[in-house]
Design a protein around this ligand. Structure first.
Ligand code: UTP
Length: 471
């Protein structure tokens, strides 16, 4: 052990990280071996690269090249019909898999468990994972195929996620069509110094490597190979926190498959951003390449400028719904993801101080976490299309415990949407003075995935104010 200790200590000293062994003398044999094993397994080159990269990250004001708004696809009825039939061909041929990223820490929501287990719907309180499982069941029934479902987990929530699916009998889906893929982690840096932090006497603090880490997780877990065997060409990517995200959308898939606009590598959905202050990234082109610019990286001139039609010039809000070609993902991962930059997030985190031999609760943000973002992959696609969709139909995120993008706003958006579907079928729906549906309405994807799926004869003629209706 002492030879191993000396070798590792020398390497750490050369990197300015030997403080992580500062509490060595207080550790027992098992703790010592745990700590050395973990240090040995750390991806040191990537750690050095990530730290350098986040130090050098340009601010919004000093990006050299100009941003341009992207072209958007806003199909009319005839084009939608064409795209839908092409997409349906691909779905029915088993060429599409669903991919839900659910490895995040969900700190803002503060839910004790994986976010996918959060009760999200307005009437039955169905968990997010169940919302997606029902969509996949409905899709499988409609097209007579099993849609494989890959779910990104993290080391912290993988076991809890697995148990949740097993306890719920996979919500009626075939067990072998669901595959959990565990994402990687990166160590957490002390802000300002880059020193690695400890989370306990024998553990270096780590955090998930971001939703961009999902690509290498797909490869490491064998999911990409599994897709190849199943004949999957398209990965339909969405986040776990949006119960209205359409897992398998034929029109969107048709756009991805349409060779006249897409290289079938990366296709995205956008919703209109109307408030310059909304904290949503926007699609934009830089040097001809399509990408997403985070809200914090837009200058105020860029976020507030209006186009000729009076709308925000950069109004194409990213809702983190993408279609990715399997071979495209294989290429990105094969290149070591070198084209995906590291981003930083400054957070407050309790840590173990090895010199003082105690946990410390910081009073202000003290650590820098590094993450990769999925949307950075877009600029590596040759021809990438962006489909404009209606926010009210596809976006009801649950991010915060209260206020904006909270369970309450999400439930209201779900009721508004499903209430509207009923209105379109002739049901008399109560509305409040702000125009919201004044009732809780929930329609399971097993009943309908769109208003056309509803059978008028099965519906009530009206809904009472304040009522709860589950279909
Ligand atoms: P967010 O950026 O909202 O982060 O993730 P979060 O971890 O869920 O929540 P906060 O910021 O701690 O409150 C957007 C989506 O990306 C997934 C999340 O599970 C969510 O679906 N994600 C994020 C991962 O799968 N892995 C990550 O490392 C980060």
């Amino acid at each position: 052990m002492s030879d191993r200790y000396e070798t590792i200590r020398t390497q750490l000293e050369a990197r300015g990280q030997s403080h992580v062994l500062g509490g060595w003398s207080a550790l027992n044999a098992e703790q010592r071996s745990n700590l050395l094993d973990q240090i040995d397994a750390l991806p040191w080159n990537e750690i050095d690269h990530a730290w350098k990269m986040v130090q050098a990250a340009p601010g919004p004001e000093d990006s050299s090249s100009e941003l341009e708004p992207p072209e958007l696809c806003m199909p009319d009825m005839a084009m939608r019909d064409n795209l839908r039939s092409l997409g349906e061909e691909w779905i029915a041929a088993g060429r599409v898999a669903a991919f839900t990223v659910a490895g995040g820490q969900g700190t803002r929501l503060g839910w004790n468990g994986p976010k996918g287990t959060y009760p999200a719907t307005p009437v039955s309180g169905k968990p997010l994972f169940a919302c997606f499982a029902e969509q996949l069941l409905a899709t499988s029934r409609r097209y007579g195929i099993e849609v494989p479902w890959y779910i990104l987990t993290s080391p912290e929530n993988d076991a809890a996620t697995r148990n949740f699916f097993l306890d719920n009998k996979c919500f009626g889906l075939e067990r072998n069509s669901i595959m959990l893929c565990m994402q990687g982690t990166m160590p957490v840096f002390e802000q300002g110094t880059g020193r690695l932090m400890l989370s306990s006497p024998d553990r270096i603090a780590t955090s998930p490597d971001g939703h961009g880490g999902s690509l290498s997780a797909l490869q490491r877990s064998g999911a990409l190979a599994d897709m190849e065997v199943r004949g999957v060409d398209v990965i339909s990517y969405a986040q776990v926190d949006n119960p209205l995200a359409r897992m398998i959308d034929p029109v969107f898939i048709g756009l991805h498959a349409d060779e006249s606009v897409s290289s079938a590598e990366a296709t995205s959905k956008m919703v209109e951003k109307t408030d310059p202050a909304e904290r949503v990234g926007v699609f934009a082109r830089r040097e001809g390449r399509l990408g997403v610019v985070e809200y914090s990286d837009l200058t105020s001139a860029e976020s507030e400028s209006a186009g000729p039609d009076g709308r925000l010039r950069f109004h194409a809000g990213n809702i983190a719904i993408h279609l990715l070609g399997r071979s495209f993902v294989e290429r990105i991962v094969g290149e070591g993801q070198s084209g995906l930059p590291w981003h930083r997030a400054i957070k407050a985190m309790s840590y173990w101080d090895p010199d003082a031999q105690r946990m410390v609760d910081p009073e202000s943000p003290n650590v820098l976490k590094v993450e990769r973002f999925i949307f950075d992959v877009l600029r590596h696609a040759e021809r990438s299309a962006v489909l404009a969709v209606d926010r009210a139909v596809e976006f009801a995120p649950i991010k915060n415990a209260e206020g904006q993008d909270s369970p309450e706003t999400s439930r209201r958006l779900q009721s508004d949407l499903h209430g509207l579907w009923l209105e379109e079928c002739g049901v008399d729906m109560p509305r409040d003075d702000q125009g919201h549906v004044d009732a809780s309405v929930e329609i399971s994807p097993l009943t309908a995935m769109q208003p056309d799926d509803l059978h008028r004869n099965d519906l009530p003629s009206h809904v009472d104010r304040g009522a709860s209706l589950l279909l």
